[in-house]
Every structure is written in structure tokens, then in C-alpha cells.
Design a binder for this molecule. Structure first.
Ligand SMILES: [Zn+2]
Length: 245
């Protein structure tokens, strides 16, 4: 199970976290966190705290920092309008919508000239949203099964068998796996960079061998994806934007 927010108290390396430090005379006893205009983390620290101490404090509180970032960024973000030119994610990049009002046909969505082109007889936001969701599902299928096949070959416990894959739009998990050995991935992941998709697949593949998040599980994961900590941190702090469409 790969939860979207996790209660796990794990220590990630502080390098995974980017932040700006500011000092205010009235802050004397503890750190507090804010977001800047771009959604970056601002740490307001007591004037006498050395940078090293600030970094250590953050490193010891990674889950709290990540929860703060996820919630604060969610509040800061404006809801999608599904309007002409609005950028939407695909594999970690943003592409503007090019909406064309076309009479008498069903809605078609395709990549054209680095845009997501939507030809539709009903260019209202609800219809655009549904069409995009269907398009994401269609795009996700081949990408996810391709990556699952590639990563399965690096997981000896799969024994070369094809792992059954299901896709579904989910609010609370990026992926999970059943006791029967099928992997389910969140369709929204198709908006994330490929390495993030791979990291979720690697996590679920390890669950085929080790159901719990014990030491044996992380030993497998470390081999399959040595950068899993960094990927998990990114997914926790940036992942919410992929859930919007
Ligand atoms: Zn898990």
C-alpha cells in the first residue's frame, strides 16, 4: 500500500527538502513553516538558531513537514477551470489545453503540437473534465503496463510471470496490491514524472514478496529503487496536484 499521506515516522535525508530560511525578531523559541507565492517552503526560525540546527530539526520532523506542505499547497492552489490554454500535467510536464468547438461528433482528445487538443461539440467544463479523465486513463494503461514489465524483470521473486495490473482513480492511495498478486495503480499517477511512477510500481512489486513494511521489505525496495526516499518525499509534497483533474 502506498498511501498519499503517511503516518509513518521515517527519517528521510534533509537534502530531499528545499527551503528558504527567514528570521523574525519576534520568533524566539521554535520553528514555524510558511509557503511562498510559488508554493516553496519558508522556514521562520529564531534569530539565534544556527543553520545546522534548523536542518537537523527539519530532518527529525520530515513527516510533519510533508503534511504541512501537502495541506498548505492544497489550500493555495486554485481549482482547475478546464478552460482554453489552462496547463494540465502529463508525465511530469504541463501542457496547455487547446479546445476546439466541433459540431456533430463525439469528443476527441489527442496530443497535437505540444498541446492537449480537445475537439468537442460540448466545450463546457464538465465535459472537458470527463474527456480529460478518459484520456488520462487511455494514456496510463500502456505506460503503466510497460513500466511494470520493465521493473518486474528486475524483481527476481516475480519469476518472469506477468503481474496483473488494474487502474483506478483513487483519492487515498497511489497504488496497492492484492493477496492474489494483482497490482492496482492510481490513474492520476500518469501526470507524474516517469521516475515517480516507477517508484510506486517498485514499491508495490516488493509487496508481492513482503506484504508488510518491515526490514525485509525495505531491503528489497533498496535494491529495486535506491532513490525511494527522495521519490516518496516528492510524491508527498507535490502529489496533490496530480489528484485535481
Ligand atoms: Zn506499502
Amino acid at each position: 500500500m502506498h498511501r498519499i499521506t503517511s503516518k509513518l515516522r521515517a527519517k528521510s535525508p534533509p537534502e530531499a527538502l528545499e527551503y528558504t530560511i527567514i528570521r523574525r525578531p519576534r520568533v524566539t523559541r521554535r520553528l514555524h513553516m510558511e509557503l511562498d507565492q510559488q508554493g516553496g517552503l519558508v522556514v521562520v526560525a529564531p534569530a539565534h538558531w544556527p543553520r545546522k540546527y534548523i536542518r537537523e530539526t527539519l530532518a527529525q520532523n520530515i513527516p510533519r513537514v510533508e503534511r504541512f506542505l501537502a495541506r498548505a499547497r492544497e489550500k493555495q492552489v486554485t481549482p482547475l477551470q478546464y478552460a482554453q490554454g489552462e496547463p494540465h500535467f502529463y508525465l511530469g510536464e504541463r501542457y496547455p489545453l487547446a479546445i476546439h468547438h466541433v459540431a456533430g461528433r463525439g469528443t476527441q482528445v489527442a496530443f497535437v503540437d505540444d498541446r492537449i487538443r480537445i475537439d468537442t461539440p460540448k466545450p463546457n467544463p464538465e465535459n472537458i473534465q470527463t474527456s480529460l479523465q478518459n484520456w488520462y486513463l487511455n494514456m496510463a494503461g500502456p505506460v503503466f503496463s510497460d513500466r511494470l514489465a520493465v521493473l518486474s524483470r528486475r524483481a527476481p521473486w516475480v519469476n518472469g510471470k506477468a503481474v496483473p495490473l488494474k487502474l483506478r482513480r483513487m483519492k487515498r492511495t497511489w497504488g496497492n496490491c492484492s493477496s492474489k498478486g494483482a497490482i492496482k495503480l492510481n490513474t492520476h499517477l500518469i501526470k507524474a514524472p516517469l521516475e515517480i511512477i516507477d517508484s510506486v510500481i517498485a514499491h508495490e512489486l516488493c509487496h508481492l514478496e513482503e506484504m508488510n513494511h518491515g526490514r525485509a521489505f525495505y531491503t528489497l525496495l533498496e535494491k529495486l529503487n535506491p532513490d525511494w526516499r527522495q521519490h516518496r518525499a516528492r510524491l508527498r509534497s507535490e502529489g496533490f496536484v496530480y489528484l485535481l483533474t
